[in-house]
Design a binder for this molecule. Structure first.
Ligand code: NAD
Length: 390
C-alpha cells in the first residue's frame, strides 16, 4: 500500500512555491515511489500569499502562523523556505515536535547557527534534508560516477565559479538577502551550493584563504511585500548593504587537489553561470549550469591527434534523466532538480534512513564558511575545523 507522508510548507515565496510543485510532481515522475506526499498545510505571514498558495498548489488549508504547521498531527515533514534568519528557530521547533525537516540553504544565517540546527535535529533524532539541488543534475551525478570509478585518475585541480546577476541591478531592493543581521551574503547564499558541490566532486577541504567585496553598497529600501527580484527606483530612499556581494576562495583539499571557488551576485555578463572544472591524472571534465544538460569530458588518449574534450549530452543513460524524458537530448530544467530533491527526501523518510544531503553535509559546508570568515579577518590560510556542537 502507498505510504502517505503529510507535508507542511512554511514560507510561500519563490522557493515555497517551487518546493510545493515538486512534491506534487513526485508521483507523476517517479513511478517506483511507494509513498505519496499529502499537501496538508502551507504557511506565510503574508496572508494573501498563504491563501493564494493553498488555492493554486492544492494544500488542504493555509495559516499565517507557522507554529500551527508544527502542531498539526497530519504533518510528518516540514519544509522550511523562509528567509535564512528564521531557519534556526523553526528547525528547533520542528525537531522538538518530532517532524522530519527539509530546510533550504543556508540552514543557518551563519555557520554557528547551522551547527546549532544540526545539533537540534541530531538530538531529536529527526531526519533532515537540504536544498542543495544542483547535486541532482544528471550530468553532475554522472561526473560523480566517473570520479568514483577512477576514470579521471587521481584528482589534481578543481575550479568553480558561481557568478549570478540576480542583484546586479543597483535598484534591486534592500531585501533580507543584503543584511548581515539576516545572515551571510554571497558566501551563505550561492556559496552554500558551491561548497557543497565541491565536497561532492572533489572531496573535503583541508584549508582555505578567502577575500570578499561589496560592490553595490546602497540599495532602495523595500516598501513592503517585495521578494527576491523586486526593483525600486533612483528616487527611493536607500539603506546600506551590510554583507558581501563577492567572495573568492583559494582551496587546498584533503586529497591534495588544489583549486579555487568564486561567487558573486552582482556581476554583469553571466546570468547564472555555475561551473566547475575538474582535472585528474587520466582526464578532465567541465560543466556549466547555464547548459546543465551537457558536459565536456576528456579521457587521456594514446592517440595525441584525437586527445581532447568531447561534449556529451544528457540522456536516459545518465542518472535520473529517464524519470523525466525517454529521449536523449530532451533536457531537464531547474524545477526538475527540485522534484528529484523532494523524491529523495520523501524516500529517505519512507525508508526511515537519513539521506544525503542532510544537516551533516550542511555542517561540512558551514565548517568551510567559518574558516573563510576567519581568513577574511586574519588574511591568512585557515584550516577547516569543525563547528559541530555536542
Ligand atoms: N536552492 C536554491 O536554489 C534556492 C533558490 C532561492 C532561494 N533559496 C533559499 O530559500 C529560502 C527562501 O528564499 P526565497 O527566494 O523563496 O525568498 P522569498 O523572499 O521569495 O520568500 C520567503 C517567504 O517567506 C515568507 N515569510 C517571511 N517570514 C515568515 C514567517 N514568519 N512565517 C511564514 N512565512 C514567512 C515571506 O512572506 C515570503 O513569502 C532562503 O533560505 C533562500 O536562501 C534557495
Amino acid at each position: 500500500m502507498t505510504r502517505e507522508i503529510g507535508v507542511g510548507v512554511i514560507g510561500m515565496g519563490w522557493m515555497g512555491e517551487t518546493h510545493s510543485r515538486s512534491y506534487r510532481q513526485v508521483l507523476e515522475r517517479f513511478a517506483d515511489a511507494d509513498f505519496a506526499p499529502r499537501l496538508v498545510v502551507c504557511s506565510d505571514n503574508v496572508e494573501s500569499r498563504a491563501r493564494e498558495a493553498q488555492r493554486r498548489l492544492g494544500f488542504e488549508r493555509f495559516t499565517t502562523d507557522w507554529h500551527e504547521v508544527l502542531s498539526d498531527p497530519n504533518v510528518e515533514v516540514v519544509n522550511i523556505t523562509v528567509p535564512n534568519g528564521l531557519h534556526l528557530e523553526i528547525v528547533r521547533a520542528a525537531a522538538a515536535a518530532g517532524k522530519h525537516i527539509l530546510c533550504e540553504k543556508p540552514v543557518g544565517r551563519d555557520p554557528q547557527e547551522t551547527a546549532l540546527a544540526e545539533q537540534a535535529a541530531r538530538q531529536a533524532g529527526v531526519q533532515t534534508f537540504v536544498g542543495y539541488n544542483y547535486r541532482w543534475v544528471p550530468m553532475v551525478q554522472y561526473a560523480k560516477q566517473l570520479i568514483d570509478e577512477g576514470r579521471l585518475g587521481r584528482l589534481t585541480h578543481y575550479r568553480s565559479r558561481f557568478f549570478a546577476c540576480y542583484a546586479s541591478n543597483p535598484y534591486g531592493l534592500l531585501s533580507w538577502r543584503f543584511q548581515i543581521e539576516h545572515g551571510l551574503g554571497i558566501l551563505g547564499d550561492l556559496g552554500s551550493h558551491a561548497i557543497d558541490l565541491a565536497h561532492l566532486i572533489a572531496g573535503p577541504m583541508k584549508k582555505v584563504i578567502g577575500n570578499k567585496e561589496t560592490f553595490i553598497r546602497q540599495r532602495p529600501l523595500p516598501k513592503g511585500g517585495g521578494t527576491h527580484f523586486s526593483v525600486g527606483g533612483p528616487d527611493d530612499p536607500t539603506g546600506d548593504v551590510t554583507n558581501e556581494d563577492y567572495c573568492g576562495i583559494l582551496v587546498s583539499f584533503e586529497n591534495g587537489v588544489q583549486g579555487t571557488i568564486e561567487m558573486c551576485r552582482v556581476i554583469n555578463g553571466p546570468k547564472c553561470e555555475y561551473t566547475f572544472e575538474l582535472n585528474g591524472t587520466e582526464g578532465a571534465l567541465k560543466w556549466n549550469f547555464e547548459q546543465m544538460n551537457e558536459m565536456h569530458v576528456q579521457f587521456r588518449s594514446k592517440n595525441d591527434a584525437e586527445d581532447g574534450f568531447i561534449r556529451i549530452v544528457s540522456g536516459p543513460a545518465h542518472p535520473f534523466h529517464h524519470y523525466f524524458n525517454p529521449g536523449p537530448g530532451i533536457g531537464l530544467g531547474y524545477d526538475d532538480l527540485k522534484t528529484i530533491e523532494a523524491y529523495q527526501f520523501l524516500k529517505s523518510v519512507a525508508e526511515g534512513q537519513q539521506g544525503q544531503p542532510g544537516f551533516e553535509e550542511a555542517l561540512a559546508v558551514a565548517n568551510v564558511q567559518r574558516s573563510v570568515q576567519r581568513s577574511w579577518e586574519s588574511e591568512r590560510w585557515e584550516a577547516v575545523t569543525s563547528t559541530r556542537v555536542d
